[in-house]
Design a protein. Structure first.
Length: 125
């Protein structure tokens, strides 16, 4: 029974990550190139909140009750889009710091004081 539940959850997760637009966008934003687009992606929050408000108004005026599920999905997607902005900024800062320290380690010390010969890396004196 647990194996069946586990298998079903794996397949549902695969489907959601592969075919749902918000999950595709968030996966693209979590890459190194996508970190800088996190704040503009926060603007996707507004259409999701508008759609949830519209569906909620439809339900209140007599539309079918299953639209509450659409409201929940829209609010969930709005929260995901809202939180990716600050998270992407933190990830971008962490990545830039990591790149800066890596380039600092690779670049040799090229400072030369007056009157001293320049030592080349690997040269024996």
């Amino acid at each position: 029974m647990i194996r069946l539940i586990w298998s079903a959850s794996v397949h549902i997760r695969y489907f959601m990550r592969r075919y749902m637009p918000t999950n595709i966008a968030l996966d693209a934003l979590r890459t190194r190139r996508g970190h800088k687009r996190g704040l503009p992606a926060m603007l996707l929050t507004l259409p999701y909140l508008y759609a949830s408000s519209y569906c909620l108004q439809l339900v209140e005026t007599g539309a079918p009750g299953w639209l509450h599920l659409i409201v929940l999905v829209c609010i969930w997607n709005a929260m995901k889009c809202f939180w990716i902005g600050p998270i992407s900024l933190v990830l971008l800062a962490r990545e830039r710091i990591r790149e800066a320290t890596a380039t600092r380690r690779i670049e040799p010390d090229t400072t030369v004081t007056a009157g001293q010969p320049v030592q080349l890396a690997g040269a024996h004196t």
